[in-house]
Design a protein around this ligand. Sequence first.
Ligand code: HEC
Ligand code: HEC
Ligand code: HEC
Ligand code: HEC
Ligand code: HEC
Ligand code: HEC
Length: 290
Amino acid sequence: MTRYVIFTYVLAIILLTGNSLIFAQEDGDKLQLPTGTMTLTAPAHSQTKRSPVVFPHSTHFQFSCKSCHHEWDQASPVEGCASAGCHEKLWASPPGSTPLDAKRIKSLTGAYHKVCRDCHRSELEKIKSQGMSTKKAMSRFTAPIACEECHPASPGAVENATDSLEIPLGTLTLTAPEGSYAKRPPVEFPHGGHFDYSCQTCHHEWDGESPVQNCTVSGCHDQLEADEKTRNINDERNSLYFLAAYHKACIECHRDLRDQREGLERSGVTDESILPAYGPLACNECHADS
Ligand code: HEC
Ligand code: HEC
Ligand code: HEC
Ligand code: HEC
Ligand code: HEC
Ligand code: HEC
C-alpha cells in the first residue's frame, strides 16, 4: 500500500513538473563504466617477459564498446578478457593439443596484440591515406605500435584509476523538454541496444570522462520551436531545435541503414547476418501510445 502511494506521488511529481526529458528506467539496468587509465597485466602466477601495459580506456570510447568487448550482449555485466571460457591462456597451446571440435579461443597475448596493435596500425594507415607524409602522420599519432611503446623497459608504477560513470543500459523514455507543448507521445528508446555504436555518435560533445549531459541542457539543443523562416531540420538555423536534433540523429541513421539493406537485397543478398537491421521510421512506431 505505502509503496503504491509513493509511486503515485512520484508519478504525480513527474507529470506536474512538466518533465525535462525525464526518462524512466524501466528495467533499472546500469553499468559502472571505468573511465580512467588501467594497467593490463598477465594473469597472476604466469611467467612474464614484458612490462604491464598502460591502457587509457576513455581515449577509446570513440569506438564501439564491441570493438573490444566483442562477446558483450549490451545488457549483462562486462567480463574481463581473461574470464573463464574466454582468453584464459596467456599463450596459444601447442599445435595439435586442442581437439579439433573444441572451440578455438585466441590466447590472451594473441588477442591483445591483434586487437590493440591491428587497430593502431590501421588507424595510422587511414591518416597516411589522407595524404600526410609518414613522418608527419607518425608525429601526430600517439597510439603505440612498437613493443617498447606498450611494454616500456622501465615501467611506471601499476596504475588503476578508480574513476567511473554510471551508464543506464535499459530503456529510456524520451519526452519533449519542459516548456514545450508535446503533440506526440514520448519515445521509448532502448539505450543499451545502441551500444554497438560509439557513444559519441549521439553524445557528440562528450569527452569520455565527464558526466554525460542531457541533449536539451541549456546551450545545447534547448530551442523549443523551429526557426521562424524554416522548419527544415537540416537547416543550420534549426541545429539547436530539440526536435531537429533528435529526428536528425535517430531517423537519419535508421533510414541510411534501411537504404543500405534494401540496396543489398536488390543485389540479391539474403543472408540476415550481412543485411543490416534498422530501427523504426514511421511516426507512430517511435511516438507510440502505450
Ligand atoms: C598496443 C600495445 C602492445 C604492443 C604494441 C605490444 N604488446 Fe605485448 N602485450 C600487450 C598486452 C595488452 C598484453 C597482455 C597484458 C600483459 O601481459 O601485460 C601483452 C602481452 C605480451 C606478452 C606476454 C606477457 C609477458 O609479459 O610475457 C609478451 C611476451 C609480449 N606482449 C611481447 C610483445 C612484443 C615482443 C611486442 C612487439 C613485437 C609487443 N608485445 C607489442 C600489448 C602490446
Ligand atoms: C579499445 C578497446 C576497448 C574499448 C573500445 C572499450 N573497452 Fe572496456 N575494457 C577494455 C579492456 C582491455 C578492459 C580490461 C579488461 C580486463 O581487465 O580483462 C576493459 C574493461 C572494462 C570494464 C571493466 C570490466 C571488469 O573486468 O570489471 C567495463 C565495465 C568496460 N570495459 C566497459 C566498456 C564499455 C561500456 C565500453 C564502451 C563505451 C568499453 N568498455 C569500450 C577495452 C576496451
Ligand atoms: C578500434 C581501434 C583501437 C583499439 C582496438 C585500440 N586502440 Fe589504442 N588507440 C586508438 C586510437 C585511434 C588512439 C589515438 C591515436 C591518436 O589520436 O593519436 C589510441 C591511443 C592509444 C594509446 C595512447 C593514448 C594517449 O593518451 O596518447 C594507448 C596507450 C593505447 N591506445 C593502448 C591501447 C591498448 C593497450 C589497446 C588494447 C587493449 C588498444 N589501445 C586498442 C585506437 C585503438
Ligand atoms: C526514430 C524515432 C522517431 C521517429 C520515427 C519520429 N520521431 Fe518525432 N521525436 C523523436 C524523439 C526522440 C523526439 C524528442 C522526444 C519527444 O519529444 O518525445 C521527437 C520529437 C518530436 C516532436 C516534438 C515533441 C512533440 O511531441 O510535439 C514532434 C512534433 C514529432 N517528434 C513528430 C514526429 C512525426 C510527425 C514523425 C513522423 C514523420 C516523427 N516524429 C517520427 C523520435 C522519433
Ligand atoms: C543512439 C544514440 C545514443 C548512443 C549510441 C548512446 N547514447 Fe547515451 N543517451 C542517449 C539519449 C537520447 C539519452 C537521453 C538523454 C536526454 O535525456 O537528454 C542518453 C542518456 C545517457 C546517459 C544519462 C545522462 C543523464 O542525464 O544522466 C548516460 C550516462 C549516457 N547516455 C551514456 C552513454 C554512453 C557511455 C554511451 C556509449 C556506450 C552512450 N550513452 C551511447 C543516446 C545515445
Ligand atoms: C547510428 C545509428 C542509430 C542511431 C543514431 C539511432 N538508432 Fe535506433 N536503431 C539502430 C539500429 C541498427 C536498430 C536495430 C537494432 C536491432 O534490431 O538489432 C535500432 C533500433 C531502434 C529501435 C527498435 C528497438 C527494438 O527493440 O525493436 C528503436 C525504438 C530505436 N532504435 C529508437 C531510436 C531513437 C529514439 C534514436 C535517437 C535518440 C535512435 N534510435 C538512434 C540504429 C540507430
